[in-house]
Design a protein around this ligand. Structure first.
Ligand code: BES
Ligand code: ZN
Ligand code: ZN
Length: 498
């Protein structure tokens, strides 16, 4: 889809549809909508008066052959109450509008810079959100559907009318980079387990390295043995697929120091292992590498934007399967940092591979470590699918992460890390056990991870509830969400500025 900025007047644009908006409870159409209303002899005002257009958030109304306009259609999108408008609603509303118009076989769209100037929304932020919303909202994963699509085409032209053009063009580029990185992560996560093994993940990383000039290293089993990565090796021993430890680096600053290490859980399928999961919904566990995909995707965006900062992404990748060679409940393994772990449930495997991922990150001497993992069902129970859980040893970094998430509409909520929770992880015969009992499961999982961190500023993001969705809503479509790619990119860009 080509997305471009154009200066001028929306009413003279030739397009399959021009998009204008209307606020709930407004007396009359305003801005672009007023101009279009005038050019159509009051077609919009009539529909408002009749009650067809109410302005409810994401409501789309289509007008055909609109009077003197060169455009073939006008779409009026509701933005809800004006004083409640924010950038997330702009992103969602344009996504819904784009999907609606694609359903009507419209292939070219034009819109003003919706939301700009309202409640302090900056014009560049609005243009970026429109771009992100259009790209994310129109995302489809059709690779495995052999039947040709029953439509008259895709939206291939999206024009944002406004000024200054240079500002808008820059915002469009930024929005495109963020949305495309998130879509790359979505593709990885939606891919079925038979085509997204640890080897496939490593191959994808190699391709990124080639395309975006990133540094790549993939550790194989022999190296893992040498490094003592007992967590990753332990989880992988039930699978026929060889484990991989992916190290992908973006270097934007002159210093040799790693500013941020990102660690992503790369379980390409989580059956639970010997502590096997119930078969219902087990298929969703093909997405248990979403954290790994998100940290790799973040580096794509960084390589395209080129901020002055050094970031390394680490992805321990393996399947978690039961077999005659699999890890058994009661087994004791030793992580890369020398700590012994009593494995009482083989389905709590994420923390075992992250133990090695975080130990490796520590060795890089990174200034900050952020890990992303579909770690616990308990986090989903606590926060539902609206918020990602955050757990940390450093409030300053946590505040930055949460703020970065809010700015891009990926909500993050912090949970406590009181030392008392650690007692639940006490083992009688090893340094620590890998489950902490029935209650506070998301927190005890985070306390387990903290054992491999000590005092490096660190935030753990549990995306078990947010990595996928079964609803099409706003800029999200069914399947992988791409969370938290845009948060991580936004965060790292703001860290690079300082
Ligand atoms: N991958 C799962 C967590 C998960 C659940 C992610 C649902 C996404 C959606 C993780 O490996 C797991 O199985 N965790 C166990 C931990 C328990 C055994 C302590 C869980 O949450 O039940
Ligand atoms: Zn598991
Ligand atoms: Zn898992």
């Amino acid at each position: 889809m080509e997305i471009k900025a154009v200066t001028g007047d929306l009413t003279v644009i030739k397009a399959g549809a021009v998009i204008v908006n209307y606020f709930e409870g407004a007396k009359r159409p305003e801005g672009d909508a007023a101009a279009v209303d005038k050019a159509t002899d009051g077609a919009i005002s009539r529909l408002i008066k009749q009650g067809d257009i109410k302005g409810k958030l994401n409501e789309v109304t289509l007008l055909h052959s609109p009077g003197k306009l060169p455009a073939s259609r006008v779409a009026v999108v509701g933005l809800g109450k004006k004083k409640e408008l924010n950038i997330n609603k702009v992103r969602s509303a344009i996504a819904e509008t784009c999907r609606y118009l694609r359903g009507k076989s419209v292939t070219s769209l034009a819109t003003g810079v919706q939301g700009a100037g309202i409640n302090g929304i900056k014009i560049e932020d609005a243009a970026q959100a429109l771009t992100e919303g259009a790209i994310l909202g129109l995302y489809k994963f059709r690779r495995y559907i052999t039947k040709k699509e029953n439509n008259n085409g895709e939206i291939n032209e999206f024009t944002i009318v406004g000024q200054p053009k240079a500002t808008l063009s820059k915002a469009i580029t930024r929005g495109r980079i963020l949305a495309e990185a998130a879509d790359w992560a979505r593709d990885m996560v939606n891919e079925p387990g038979n085509n997204m093994t640890p080897t496939h993940m490593a191959e994808a990383a190699r391709q990124l390295a080639k395309e975006y000039e990133l540094k790549i290293e993939v550790l194989d089993k022999a190296r893992m043995v040498k490094l003592g990565m007992g967590g990753l090796l332990g989880v992988s021993q039930g699978s026929q697929q060889p484990p991989k430890f992916i190290i992908l680096s973006y270097k934007g600053s002159n210093s040799d120091k790693v500013d941020v290490a990102l660690v992503g859980k790369g379980i390409t399928f989580d059956s639970g292992g010997i502590s096997i999961k119930p078969s219902e919904r087990m298929s969703e566990m093909k997405g248990d590498m979403a954290g790994g995909a998100s940290v790799m995707a973040t580096l794509i965006a960084l390589a395209r934007i080129k901020p002055k900062i050094n970031v390394t992404a680490l992805v321990p990748a393996t399947e978690n399967l039961p077999s005659g060679t699999a890890l058994k409940p009661g087994d004791i393994i030793k992580a890369m940092n020398g700590k012994t772990i009593e494995v009482l449930n083989t389905d709590a495997e994420g923390r075992l591979i992250l133990a090695d991922g975080l130990s490796y990150a520590k060795k890089l001497n990174a200034r900050a470590i952020i890990d992303v993992a579909t770690l616990t069902g308990a986090c989903m129970v606590a926060l539902g699918n609206i918020c990602t859980g955050a757990f940390s040893n450093n409030q300053e970094l946590t505040d930055k992460v949460i703020a970065a998430g809010n700015e891009v509409g990926e909500y993050i909520w912090q949970l406590p890390m009181y030392d008392e929770y650690k007692e639940q992880l006490k083992s009688d015969i090893a340094d620590i056990k890998n489950i902490g009992g029935r209650y506070g499961g998301a927190i005890t999982a985070a306390k387990f991870l903290a054992e491999f961190i000590n005092d490096t500023p660190w935030v753990h993001l549990d995306i078990a509830g947010t990595y996928d969705t079964d609803k099409e809503k706003g800029y999200q479509v069914k399947g992988a969400t791409g969370v938290p790619v845009r948060t991580l990119v936004n965060l790292i860009l703001s860290m690079a500025k300082k």
